[in-house]
Ligand binder design. Structure first.
Ligand code: FES
Ligand code: FE2
Length: 346
């Protein structure tokens, strides 16, 4: 079996869209510094409403553009005032008003867009012959539901480990004993997993359990968007519909920033008011506080690409399929193989 390196995974992830901040974080006079896949970027919304993502390093004397300002439809460097268009081309040099502007005065720019109230960046276009994955679907951003945008958080593990924890069926009874399961009922039913384009999908019927009113619990439709997104639609025993959605953005090999949202069509008063939001947010915080100590303690924090690195059993089904899917995705991208697409099922 050929060996896959962390570098292969990082380069593969560069071909996908990842969120870097909330839409509301941009729009003022200050550009924003973000980090994606080890790369320091500056992102901003310019005066004409367009978005820009550039390397966060001025091509003149290398200070960060993120300490500069948004000046109309350009970014202005704080050091000598050079201005940079959204495509990374230098447009003016205050100390050299008559030019010429050197042809090398360019900063690398990246694809940037907005969706689901987040700003998404893609570092590289899809490689030839590989599956193009769009920005992942969200069932939580649905006008028929009441949506709450969660506070983003940063954890010291690979984005893919964070995803794996989110879909780990055997951990519910153990880590979430009393909140999403019970230790005296630790065997999860195993779903059938299918691969549909850039998604893994399965339906999970959780064990009998009486959760808190604010819990997401019941028949669960999972859609895992390649490579770091999870969308779960729950049908509660009452028939209510709730959604939990998350995307783990790969900051570096062992750090992720998680953006998430939840939605529901129940537990609203007759006027559609949302007085109970605080309880729903508190319940998700409780779940996160149960996960964080074990997920943050995974050592190493990087995502294992060699199946022999860790021991797996049949009840790790979703993780096992996800790992095969990721390995295949990395192989296809690394080899830019024009004859294969990523197909994995349980
Ligand atoms: S370092 Fe940016 S203008 Fe000189
Ligand atoms: Fe968990």
């Amino acid at each position: 079996m050929d060996t896959l390196e962390q570098r292969d995974l990082t380069e593969t992830l560069e071909h996908f869209w990842h969120p870097v901040c909330a839409v509301g974080d941009l729009g003022g006079a200050e550009p924003l510094a973000v980090k994606l896949l080890e790369r320091e970027l500056v992102v901003a919304r310019l005066a004409d409403g367009s978005l820009t993502a550039l390397d966060d390093r001025c091509a003149h004397r290398s200070t960060r553009l993120s300490v500069g300002t948004v000046d109309g439809c350009e970014l202005r460097c704080a050091y000598h005032g050079w201005t940079w268009a959204g495509n990374g081309h230098c447009t003016s040099i205050p100390s050299l008003p008559d030019g010429p502007i050197p042809a090398t005065a360019r900063i690398r720019s990246y694809d940037i867009t907005e969706e689901h109230e987040l700003i998404w960046v893609r570092l590289r276009a899809p490689a030839r012959g590989t599956l193009e994955a769009p920005i992942p679907h969200s069932s939580a951003h649905d006008a028929s539901l009441h949506t709450i945008i969660g506070e983003p958080y940063t954890w010291p593990v690979s984005a893919l480990r964070r995803v794996e924890n989110f879909v780990d069926l055997a951990h519910f009874a153990w880590v979430h004993d009393g909140s999403l399961g019970r230790r005296d009922n630790p065997v999860p039913p195993l779903p059938e997993i299918t691969c549909v384009g850039p998604e893994l999908r399965f339906v999970y019927e959780p064990p009998e359990f009486e959760p808190d009113d604010s819990a997401m619990y019941g028949r669960s439709k999972y859609r895992m968007g390649m490579p770091c997104n999870v969308d779960i639609e729950f049908t509660l025993a009452s028939g209510a519909r709730r959604v939990l959605w998350m995307t783990a953005s790969p900051v570096d090999e062992t750090t992720c920033r998680v953006f998430w949202a939840m939605a529901r069509d129940d537990d609203l008063d007759e006027a559609g008011r949302t007085d109970r939001d605080a309880e729903h947010i508190a319940f998700q915080r409780l779940v996160l506080s149960e996960d964080e100590p074990v997920v943050g303690a995974q050592t190493p924090g990087h995502f294992p690409l060699d199946p022999a690195e860790e021991v797996s059993v049949s009840t790790d089904l979703v993780s096992n399929v996800y790992r095969r899917w990721v390995r295949e995705m990395v192989r296809v991208h690394r080899d830019s193989d024009t004859t294969r697409t990523v197909e994995v099922a349980s």
